[in-house]
Write a protein that binds this ligand. Structure first.
Ligand code: PAF
Length: 257
């Protein structure tokens, strides 16, 4: 395995054009650093499928802040002013709490796909709505890339891997386990025949509160294609949670088929 580290768009373009003329396939793993086993699972999938894997580390400011503070001149040079209006699905859930988030994500992902000329791009199911947004953008804008979605990677006790887990104290980590436990519980209940969406969601919220989460942005059951809540529950359904443990915002989800 040869590894090359590059840090400018020009170097990247040169590298990519060489790979393209050698007819190599390119896999893209876009990250914001703070790498964990979840990212590595994407990288492993890319390495096994593409001739060359390009992993990018870019802490994209536009998906966090309102967008004025474009600190990185390599990706956002002076005068940069174009951005992707993400598909409608972006307005729900995360979009309600982080209104600029998905425009920032869609824009940078499109830039990274363009820069790397990737044939395949790897994303984690952990960011369920991000997967939907990127998939729809790729379709709507005819972006010539194939999206590959990889399963959520969890700790042995069920906690979904996240760069934010390092912020959790030992006590908070226990509380954080309530996200995956709530998903286990609702999945089991639906498996046992529960179809009352209101009852299921009320119980999800109660479980999280009882475990000690500090606040819940959402804990819902939704249609996995539209993210609209679905009551009575129809399968497949996706259970999605975003909640704060202390100051740390955690998300998790489960597709129930
Ligand atoms: O999922 C992430 O880490 C980011 O949203 C991404 C896809 C790297 C874009 O900045």
């Amino acid at each position: 395995l040869t590894i090359e580290i590059i840090s400018t768009c020009d170097e990247l373009k040169r590298l990519v054009s060489g790979l393209k003329s050698d007819r190599k396939t390119i896999g893209l793993v876009a990250t914001m650093g703070a790498l964990h086993e979840g990212h590595l699972s994407l990288a492993r999938a890319a390495v096994s499928q593409a001739d060359v894997t390009i992993a990018t580390i870019f802490l994209n400011p536009t998906q966090f802040a309102p967008g004025e503070d474009l600190a990185d001149e390599e990706i956002y040079p002076p005068g940069f002013s174009t951005s992707v209006v993400p598909p409608k699905i972006a307005k729900r859930l995360e979009g309600e709490f982080r209104p600029h988030h998905f425009s920032g994500v869609a824009t940078v992902v499109l830039k990274l796909i363009n820069l790397t000329q990737a044939d395949t791009a790897y994303f984690g199911q952990k960011d369920f709505q991000q997967v939907m947004v990127v998939k729809q953008m790729i379709e709507d804008l005819n972006v010539p890339v194939e999206m590959v979605v990889c399963p959520i990677v969890r700790e042995a006790d069920g906690l979904a891997l996240s760069s934010r887990n390092v912020y959790l104290s030992q006590e908070q980590r226990e509380v954080a386990l309530s996200l995956s436990r709530t998903l286990d519980h609702v999945e089991a209940q639906i498996g046992a025949g529960l179809r009352d969406g209101f009852e299921a969601i009320t119980e999800m919220r109660q479980m999280l509160i009882d475990a000690g989460v500090d606040s819940i942005d959402y804990a819902i059951l939704a249609n996995p294609k539209t993210l609209k809540t679905n009551d009575p529950i129809e399968l497949p359904v996706v259970a999605l949670i975003a909640a704060y443990v202390g100051k740390t915002r955690l998300i998790d989800n489960r597709l129930i088929e």
